[in-house]
Design a protein around this ligand. Structure first.
Ligand SMILES: NC(=O)c1ccc[n+]([C@@H]2O[C@H](COP(=O)([O-])OP(=O)(O)OC[C@H]3O[C@@H](n4cnc5c(N)ncnc54)[C@H](OP(=O)(O)O)[C@@H]3O)[C@@H](O)[C@H]2O)c1
Length: 255
């Protein structure tokens, strides 16, 4: 596993996404992901699977403190009292007394940014939330958010077909965790001829090339899979390296 160090905190660079996983498939998926070695899990109140994620964690036997656990607050809960209530409800469902990272799921509309971030700071002060972050924020809004809280992370869509140059530069300058969601372009990377060819040279699949390309940039990725085989394959990206030329070639797919 590659770890990223963000303000002295070590975060496993590869996480497991759980969007669209529900019921037993989610419980078993999380349990299996932890058995494979994932130690970074992404959920959200929007996914309606926090109870299942929590059950998967407990079934796995992996100590809670070994897992970097993320959940997110829905935009309709961005008013102070609602944010606090929503986070408490997430903790109850997850069966834990803290999350490692609580994210605003998207940019706010209506409620001032400082109100939501203020509520998240209250949760941080009481120990329910270790770090505060945002998702789907463009660079100027991240900058604005930092006036109201220490922003630990911005989680955004990033894969070989979707450039995020400005945010990546900002994340490096401001030392926040840049987390790539939909790192496999929801499966589209699998059909790309250039990624296929590059993968063949390393005995790897296009999905593994895409994940390795993200990790080698010092960024985090949270691929999701309902398949045991795919979860294992996505975790098998630590035994090869893309050359500088290969890194540039993947980046060129979106430029
Ligand atoms: N913050 C946000 O607004 C936001 C938005 C979207 C997503 N997210 C987070 O990011 C996570 C990942 O993004 P995503 O779920 O949109 O898409 P993704 O991880 O890019 O792709 C998931 C798709 O790829 C397939 N897949 C995964 N590994 C594979 C492999 N090795 N070989 C072949 N197919 C493979 C999966 O099918 P199988 O199930 O068949 O493997 C699934 O259809 C989400 O689960 C969620 O936690 C956050």
């Amino acid at each position: 596993m590659i770890h990223l160090t963000i303000r002295k905190e070590r975060v496993p660079a590869l996480g497991f996404g759980t969007w669209e996983l529900t019921g037993r498939e989610c419980v078993q998926g999380v349990e299996d992901a932890l058995a494979v070695g994932y130690r970074h899990l992404d959920t959200a109140e929007m996914y309606r699977n926090e109870a299942e994620v929590g059950e998967g964690i407990r079934n796995s036997g992996v100590p809670r403190e070994e897992i970097f656990l993320i959940t997110k607050v829905l935009p309709e809960h961005f008013a102070r009292d609602r944010t606090i209530r929503a986070a408490r409800e997430s903790l109850r469902k997850l069966g834990t007394d803290y999350v490692d990272l609580l994210l605003m799921h998207s940019t706010p509309s209506g409620v001032p940014l400082e109100e939501t971030l203020g509520a998240m700071r209250e949760l941080q002060d009481e120990g329910s939330v270790r770090h505060i972050g945002v998702s789907n924020f463009p660079p100027p809004m991240v900058e604005q958010a930092t006036r109201h809280a220490h922003i630990f992370c911005n989680q955004v869509e990033f894969h070989p077909f979707n450039p995020q140059d400005a945010l990546i530069t900002q994340a490096r300058e401001m030392d926040y965790l840049f987390t790539a969601y939909s790192p496999l372009a929801q499966g589209d990377v699998l059909d790309d001829a250039a990624l296929k060819q590059m993968g063949e040279a390393h005995g790897k699949t296009p999905a593994q090339v895409a994940l390795r390309w993200i990790l080698q940039q010092g960024l985090a990725a949270i691929p999701r899979s309902s398949s045991d085989e795919h979860r294992r394959a996505n975790f098998d990206v630590f035994d090869f390296e893309l050359s500088d030329a290969e890194m540039r070639a993947v980046s060129a797919l979106s430029h």
